[in-house]
Design a protein around this ligand. Structure first.
Ligand code: XUL
Ligand code: CO
Length: 438
């Protein structure tokens, strides 16, 4: 048993149905409810992001942290990390989420050198293991923070200095070891500083080749240790660097194909990263799904009025419904789940705000999933889209798809056929179908 209760007065959050007026209850998220033959818990595999919910205290470029977390008080590094883990496990158990995701130094502070850091990671993961054994809590994915420390200001795997690259390799090796020790189901690479600020001092081709080589080495090492999970790349176009190499899903897919990494790596799609790349979330999910690489999701949202990564909790039901349509039609996530890579606002300083934020996120995903199910089962949505392509289902259209018509043959057909009829795309009709089922 944990020594202390951190979230005092908050009882386990229960499903109470849409009529409930209790703000600390689920109105739509019912983990056991089946949707398209699978329980909600299995569709989502929700995870809490250790960094946003337990490590971050609300600091921003203009001011210090605002959140006074009782698990941050102990002066001893390991004791403080244990308190944080106790708080995390208490939160996970009360909210009913079975997974968490972490960067190495979210679990415990980085030490003054690699050796000390490794010792600290060993100690806190021993503690994690004992807690995991006594609960249902698991690791959805682990990762290494290769972006906060000043040594990574010019990149980690893409750093022009080999000494930084090898330091990053040591850190990734430790992070992989820790993830495997905790039986993490997946491992993420988000290349926060893998990109560049100015082409004037950058050999882009060489940096990208280094990144590919680095990913191969990490993958080979983990596989050799028996890791069977999936590696995810998390695309993001910018911030912190101006140009990031993993710009969006299409860029990542091209990279994985070019460097022969496609069999081991899939994609972790984040909502606000999609927005920053000038895409919709649904677009990015569909690109990944079409390539068979939709691995996991980082759930959050951006802000319509500014262009940076605000990591707010997801509230837009329309956007989430579009996302859930892609999820259901592509038969789910490959290995991953839905990690709330989202933080409460800087002025949300009550401990209960962490609950409200996650309850909102989970309920909105649940409502969106139910809406998507209803659209797929009770509307013409699929039929309307399929019909648009009906001319390719038979006759010459089919022959074209089968590669049986040359360009000259197509040209001849056009001569006979003349000007094509105008056919509506019916976008507004489809948009209304979504709203009608919400
Ligand atoms: C940053 C981001 C990261 C990754 C993990 O924008 O999304 O937190 O999810 O490194
Ligand atoms: Co993320």
């Amino acid at each position: 048993m944990a020594k202390k209760e951190f979230f005092k007065g908050i009882k386990p959050i229960k499903f109470e149905g849409p009529k409930s007026k209790n703000p600390l209850s689920f109105r739509f998220y019912d983990p056991k409810k089946k949707v398209m033959g699978k329980t909600m818990a299995k569709h989502f595999k929700f995870a809490v992001a250790y960094w946003h919910s337990f490590t971050n205290t609300g600091g921003d470029p203009f001011g210090a942290g605002t959140k006074i977390y009782p698990w941050n008080e102990n002066k001893d590094v390991l004791e403080r990390a244990k308190d944080k883990m106790d708080a995390a496990f208490e939160f996970l158990q009360k909210i009913g989420i079975n997974y968490f995701c972490f960067h190495d130094y979210d679990l415990i502070d980085e030490g003054p050198d690699l050796k000390t850091s490794k010792k600290r990671l060993d100690a806190i993961t021993d503690y994690a293991l004992t807690k995991m054994k006594r609960s249902k809590i698991k690791v959805l994915w682990g990762t290494a923070n290769l972006f906060s420390h000043p040594r990574y200001m010019n990149g980690a795997a893409t750093n022009p200095d080999f000494n930084v690259l090898s330091y990053a390799a040591a850190q990734v090796k430790n992070a992989l070891d820790v993830t495997m020790k905790l039986k993490g189901e997946n491992y993420v690479f988000w290349g926060g500083r893998e990109g560049y600020m100015s082409l004037l001092n950058t050999d882009m081709k060489r940096e990208q080749e280094h990144l590919a080589q680095f990913l191969h080495l990490a993958k080979d090492y983990a596989r050799k240790q028996g890791f069977q999970g999936t590696f995810f790349i998390e695309p993001k176009p910018m911030e912190p660097t101006k140009h990031q190499y993993d710009f969006d899903c299409a860029t990542v897919i091209g990279f994985l194909r070019q460097y022969n990494l496609i069999d081991d790596f899939k994609i972790n799609v984040e909502v606000n990263h999609a927005t920053l790349a000038s895409h919709t979330f649904a677009h990015e999910l569909q690109v990944a799904a079409d390539a068979g690489l939709l691995g996991s999701m980082d759930a959050n949202r951006g802000d319509y009025q500014n262009g940076w990564d605000t990591d707010q909790f997801p509230i837009d039901l329309y956007e989430l419904t579009e996302a859930m349509l892609v999820l259901l039609e592509s038969k789910g996530l490959r290995g991953g789940g839905i990690n709330f890579d989202a933080k409460t606002r800087r002025n949300s300083t009550d401990l209960s705000d962490l609950f409200h934020a996650h309850i909102g996120g989970m309920d909105n995903f649940a409502k969106a999933l139910l809406t998507a199910e209803s659209i797929l089962k009770n509307s013409d949505y699929k039929e309307i889209r399929k019909k648009r392509y009906a001319s390719f289902d038979k006759g010459n259209g089919k022959k074209f798809e089968q590669g049986k018509l040359s360009l000259s043959a197509l040209a001849k057909l056009a001569l006979v056929q003349g000007e094509p009829d105008q056919i509506s795309g019916q976008q507004e009709l489809l948009e209304n179908i979504i709203n009608r089922h919400l």
